[in-house]
Write a new protein. Structure first.
Length: 252
């Protein structure tokens, strides 16, 4: 049988053509969605990576490994980390006000750590190098990491002596030899501690941690927080055992 062309497309052919166009449109739509999804995932990964990098920088992730005695923000942790009360002390070993705080509250902090009432985090920073002629602030902060790496059980005694022997502002700070002598007198007889004090391996990390501390809201030293709450009363900071009642109240 010979068919005669009428110039009109067969209805079946028209339907097939329409179906083909519809399938192509669907495929293009799916492809577009996939491209957008992949792009969004890529952006999300980049943002998360950026946030992670920023967080690592802010917490001093480049701090040389010193063991469990040092927290991510560079604090020397004394006492039970699961204690109900957390006391954070931000100090510079060249800071005269920090010396006054230590003289007033050293016993209260030592007792709270010893009896398990509180965990004490000493965050020693360095921004007062200009107050000495030999960068005492940063060298003393480096020594803090050196002794903490060796043994935290002697740390509070070492810290008390460091403040008792704090040099006056404007002159030469203690020499490295004197820092080693203080460490030895506090019971740090391991030669590695003396080597650490002399080699100053933590200088770069100290600079980063100091910047991060001020970026976190620290305005000066001493800055003292009990369970995250800043303590600003002069009686608490500089009165004899002034912090003891605050710690006791927080422990209730």
């Amino acid at each position: 049988m010979t068919t005669v062309s009428t110039g009109k497309q067969n209805p079946l052919a028209r339907a097939e053509a329409a179906d083909k166009k519809r399938k192509l449109a669907i495929q293009f739509g799916v492809a577009a969605v996939l491209v957008a999804l992949i792009a969004a995932i890529g952006i999300g990964i980049a943002v998360n990576r950026s946030d992670s990098d920023s967080e690592s920088s802010a917490t001093g992730a480049q701090l040389p490994a010193v063991g469990g005695a040092i927290s991510e923000n560079g604090s020397v942790v004394i006492g039970n980390p699961d204690a109900k009360v957390k006391v954070r002390v931000v100090a510079d070993l060249q800071c005269p006000a920090c010396q006054q705080f230590e003289a007033a509250n050293a016993a209260a902090l030592a007792d709270a750590a010893a009896d398990g009432t509180a965990v004490i985090e000493y965050q020693i920073i360095s921004f007062l190098d200009k107050a000495s002629t030999n960068q005492y602030s940063s060298r003393a902060a480096n020594a803090s990491f050196c002794v903490a790496k060796s043994d935290t059980s002697k740390y509070q005694g070492w810290l008390q002596t460091m403040f008792e022997k704090q040099p006056a502002e404007g002159g030469a700070g203690l020499s490295n030899a004197e820092l080693v002598e203080i460490a030895v007198d506090a019971g740090y007889t391991d030669p590695a501690v003396a080597t650490c004090i002399n080699d100053k391996p933590y200088n770069d990390a100290i600079n980063q941690l100091t910047e991060a501390a001020f970026a976190s809201g620290v305005k000066g030293t001493p800055s003292v927080y009990v369970n995250g709450q800043p303590q600003q009363s002069r009686d608490v900071l500089y009165g004899e055992n002034g912090l003891a009642s605050v710690i006791a109240d927080a422990a209730k």
